[in-house]
Design a protein around this ligand. Structure first.
Ligand code: GLA
Length: 706
C-alpha cells in the first residue's frame, strides 16, 4: 500500500488526487488541497469489517468483478465464454500537464486497458477508456463503462426527464441505498433521457452546496447510474449500451468509450455551469466561428410548413430583412414530392414544381437583402413513398424478416451501407457546392428500432457513421454552419456540438414552456448554442397565447430567431419583433460571452436569469413571473456575480405594456433607475416589481465608477 504513488491533476477550483499501485484509485475529487500528500493513502486506508472479503477491495476507475468488486463492473465481455473476469494490472502511468494516461493489462486474458483522464483550467474533468484485444480470437464486449467515485456526502441527485416539446425537465431525489439508473435505448441522445445528471450534498442549490455534475457525450443509447454500494461507497457510471453481439474485437482491435465530462463545484449549480460553459466555449464548439456574432434567424417551418411558393417566400424574406433578421432558413417542404410528412424523405432533389426557376433566385434575393441563407435536411431518414426507397429498399436500417414500426411515417437509412452513405454525402455536397448556403438545419425525426446492418446489431456504428457523415460534410464545406435538431431537442450533447454550431432546443416555442426548457438546458450549455425563436402569439404546440414582450424576452437569452410567417403578422407584432431583434443585437456580445447565473428567488413563481460580463462591467437580468406569487409583495431580486466594490447604474429596460397600469405604483427604481454597489445588489438587492403571470421585465446594469 505504502508503495503507491500519489498523483494530482489540478484545475482552478478543483483537484483530483489518485493513488497508483497495481491499480489506480481516486482518493479525492473536490476542493483543491495544498501541500504534501504522501501520507494520503495511509490516511484513507479503509477498515475491513467482518462478514465480507478478508482484504479491502479498491474501487478502481474500472471496477472489476475478478478483484472482488460486487457493484456494476466497468468491463463485461468474453472470448467464447473465456476471459470473462479480467483483472488489470497498472503497468504504465504518464502525466503531461493536465492529462494522465494509465495503461493496464491482463496478460492472461489478452486485454489491455488505456484510461485517459484530464482536468482543465475550467475544472472540467474528462475520462474515457480504450480496451484492446491482443489475442487471435474475437473478444466480445458487452459493456465498457466510465466510472468516477462520489463521496459519501453526495446525498442528493438532480436528474433529467422529458419528451417531445417538453425537453430538459429536472427532478430532485435523495440518493439512498440502491441508487439511480437511466437507460436510453432510443437510438439518439433522446428527449427522454438527456445524458447528464448532478449529484451533490443534501439541499444543494444554485448558489450553495458541493456538486459533481456529469455529461456523457454520446448521441446513441446509453446507461447512466449512480450506485450506493452496500458498504456506503458511491460511484457514478456512464456507458454506451451495446446491442447483443455488436462489439466483437478482433486481434489488435480497440474500442474507445465516449468521453464522460464531469465537474466539481463547491458553489452549487451556478459554479458547475460556469465550468461547463467555459469548457464548451473554449474546447468543444468548433473554433472557426467563435468570433462571428450569431445571426438572427427566420425559420419558415411554423410560418408555411409544406406550402412553398418562391414568390411568397421572397416576400417573407423581404419582411424578415426589414425586421433585422440576418439569416433566412427554408425548412422542410422544398424537395421533390414533399407535400406533407408521409413521403419523399431521401429524394434530395429540388421540387421543380414548387421552384420552377430553381433555388438560386430565392437565395440571391436573400443574399441581396443582406441575409445568409440556410436549408433544412434530414439526411438519415427515408419514406417508403420515395424514389430512393423504390430504388434501394435494401438501404433500410432494419432486420430482414421483421416489420419495422414507423416514426413520423418514416424509416432510418443504414449509414454503414457505403453506397447509401456516399449517396447522402453527394446530395448534401451538391446543394452546398451549387448554392450559397451558409447553414444547414440537420434534422432527425424518429427513434431507432432494430438498427440492423446485414442482419447484425449496428446501433453503435450507426451513431459513429452519423458523426462521420457530418464530419465529411464539414470537411468539404468548412464555411457552412450546422444546427443539430431531432424533432426539437432529441440530439443535444457535447459530442454533436464538436461538429455543429447550434441546437434546435425544442419544437415548443411557447414562452412559458421555454422558460423551463431553456433553464434545464442551461445547466450544461451556454446560451449561444440554444436556438430560441419567437413563435406566433398563438403557440402551435400548446395553443397558449403570450404577449410579444414575454415571447421576445424569453427568446432573447439564447441564439435568437423568429419562427412564423412575417407577411401574415400585424404591424404591431412586427414592431415587437423589430424591437426584440434590435435588443438582442445590442446585448448579443454580452449574452454570448458573459457568465449566466440562475438567480435564486424569494417566491417560486419567479424565474430570474442574469448574465454578467466576464470583466463585470455590465449585466443584464431577466425577471420572469411564471405564475401568481404567494404574496402581494415578492421580496427582493439579488444579483450575483458583480464586482462588490464597483458602482452600477441599474435601469429597467423592458417591461410589459401595462406595467404601470396594474398597480398603484411600481418600485421607484423601475421608474428612475438607481446607483448601487455590486455588494448591495448581491446582498440586499432591489425590491421586486409586481407583474402578471407569464410576463417578464429586463434590467440592465452598467458600471459607472471606472
Ligand atoms: C422537426 C423539427 C422542426 C421542423 C420539422 C420539419 O419536427 O424539429 O423544427 O424542422 O421537423 O419537418
Amino acid at each position: 500500500m505504502n508503495t503507491k504513488t500519489v498523483l494530482e491533476l489540478n484545475g482552478t477550483d478543483s483537484q483530483l488526487v489518485l493513488a497508483c499501485g497495481d491499480s489506480a484509485e481516486i482518493l479525492h475529487w473536490g476542493k483543491p488541497v495544498a501541500g504534501d500528500k504522501t501520507q494520503a493513502v495511509l490516511a484513507l486506508r479503509r477498515p475491513v469489517p467482518y462478514g465480507r472479503l478478508d482484504n479491502d477491495v479498491a474501487m478502481t476507475l474500472s471496477p472489476e468483478l475478478g478483484r472482488g468488486v460486487f457493484s456494476s463492473p466497468g468491463i463485461e465481455g468474453h472470448r467464447d465464454g473465456l476471459d470473462w473476469a479480467p483483472v488489470f494490472t497498472l503497468n504504465h502511468v504518464e502525466q503531461h500537464d493536465d492529462t494522465l494516461s494509465l495503461e493496464s493489462a491482463d496478460e492472461g486474458a489478452g486485454l489491455t486497458l488505456l484510461t485517459e483522464l484530464s482536468l482543465d483550467k475550467h475544472d472540467v474533468l474528462k475520462v474515457r477508456h480504450t480496451l484492446t484485444n491482443n489475442k487471435p480470437s474475437n473478444y466480445q464486449v458487452n459493456r465498457l463503462a466510465n466510472t468516477l467515485p462520489l463521496p459519501a456526502r453526495a446525498g442528493e441527485l438532480m436528474t433529467y426527464h422529458g419528451r417531445w416539446v417538453h425537453e430538459f425537465q429536472t427532478v430532485r431525489q435523495p440518493l439512498l441505498q440502491g441508487g439511480y439508473q437511466q437507460e436510453n435505448r432510443r437510438g439518439r441522445t433522446s428527449h427522454e433521457h438527456y445524458p447528464a445528471l448532478v449529484a451533490g450534498t443534501p439541499h444543494f442549490d444554485e448558489m450553495h452546496g458541493e456538486v459533481w455534475g456529469f455529461h456523457f457525450a454520446w448521441s446513441g443509447n446509453h446507461r447512466l447510474r449512480v450506485d450506493v454500494k452496500t458498504d456506503g461507497r458511491r460511484i457514478m457510471q456512464a456507458e454506451e449500451i451495446y446491442l447483443p453481439g455488436e462489439i466483437a474485437l478482433a486481434e489488435g482491435e480497440s474500442l474507445t468509450t465516449p468521453w464522460l465530462y464531469a465537474s466539481y463545484s463547491a458553489n452549487g449549480l451556478n459554479g458547475m455551469s460556469h465550468h461547463f460553459h467555459d469548457h464548451v466555449r473554449a474546447t468543444i464548439l468548433p473554433a472557426d466561428f467563435a468570433q462571428k456574432p450569431r445571426p438572427i434567424h427566420l425559420n419558415t417551418w411554423e410560418g408555411i410548413y409544406f406550402d412553398h411558393n418562391p414568390g411568397y417566400i421572397m416576400e417573407m424574406a423581404t419582411q424578415s430583412a426589414a425586421m433585422g433578421v440576418e439569416r433566412f432558413i427554408i425548412d422542410d417542404g422544398w424537395f421533390r414530392g414533399r407535400n406533407g410528412d408521409k413521403a419523399a424523405l431521401g429524394d434530395w432533389f429540388l421540387d421543380e414544381g414548387k421552384y420552377p426557376d430553381g433555388l438560386k433566385p430565392v437565395i440571391d434575393n436573400v443574399n441581396r437583402l443582406g441575409m445568409e441563407f440556410g436549408l433544412w435536411f434530414e439526411p438519415e431518414m427515408i419514406n417508403k413513398d420515395s424514389d430512393l426507397y423504390r430504388e434501394h429498399p435494401e438501404w433500410l436500417l432494419a432486420v430482414d424478416g421483421y416489420e419495422q414500426p414507423t416514426g413520423r411515417n418514416q424509416y432510418v437509412i443504414d449509414l454503414q451501407n457505403d453506397e447509401a452513405f456516399a449517396f447522402l454525402f453527394s446530395r448534401l455536397d451538391h446543394f452546398l457546392s451549387t448554392y450559397n448556403i451558409a447553414y444547414i438545419k440537420w434534422d432527425m425525426n424518429r427513434e431507432i428500432v432494430q438498427p440492423g446492418h446485414l442482419g447484425k446489431a449496428a446501433g453503435h456504428n450507426q451513431t459513429e457513421r452519423y458523426y462521420a457523415l457530418v464530419d465529411k460534410v464539414r470537411a468539404a464545406h468548412p464555411n457552412v454552419e450546422i444546427e443539430s435538431c431531432a424533432a426539437g431537442g432529441g440530439r443535444i450533447d457535447f459530442e454533436v456540438l464538436k461538429r455543429t454550431h447550434r441546437f434546435w432546443t425544442s419544437d415548443n416555442n411557447d414562452a412559458l414552456e421555454r422558460q423551463h426548457i431553456q433553464r434545464g438546458m442551461s445547466y450544461f450549455f451556454p446560451p449561444e448554442v440554444m436556438g430560441s425563436h419567437i413563435g406566433a402569439a398563438h403557440c402551435h404546440s400548446t395553443r397558449r397565447r403570450h404577449s410579444i414582450a414575454f415571447r421576445g424576452l424569453t427568446a432573447l437569452f439564447g441564439h435568437m430567431g423568429i419562427e412564423l410567417d412575417p407577411v401574415k403578422e400585424s404591424q404591431e407584432e412586427k414592431q415587437g419583433f423589430e424591437r426584440y431583434i434590435a435588443l438582442h443585437k445590442s446585448l448579443r456580445p454580452l449574452l454570448h460571452s458573459g457568465k449566466t447565473w440562475r438567480v435564486p428567488t424569494d417566491d417560486a413563481a419567479h424565474q430570474i436569469l442574469a448574465v454578467v460580463a466576464e470583466d463585470k462591467s455590465e449585466a443584464v437580468v431577466q425577471i420572469a413571473q411564471l405564475a401568481m406569487p404567494t404574496n402581494a409583495l415578492s421580496g427582493h431580486v439579488r444579483i450575483p456575480g458583480l464586482s462588490p466594490d464597483a458602482l452600477y447604474r441599474v435601469e429597467l429596460i423592458d417591461a410589459p405594456e401595462n406595467f404601470n397600469d396594474i398597480v398603484n405604483c411600481q418600485p421607484a427604481w423601475t421608474q428612475e433607475g438607481c446607483e448601487l454597489s455590486g455588494e448591495w445588489c448581491s446582498t440586499v438587492g432591489l425590491t421586486m416589481p409586481i407583474l402578471d403571470a407569464e410576463t417578464a421585465v429586463l434590467i440592465a446594469l452598467k458600471r459607472i465608477d471606472a
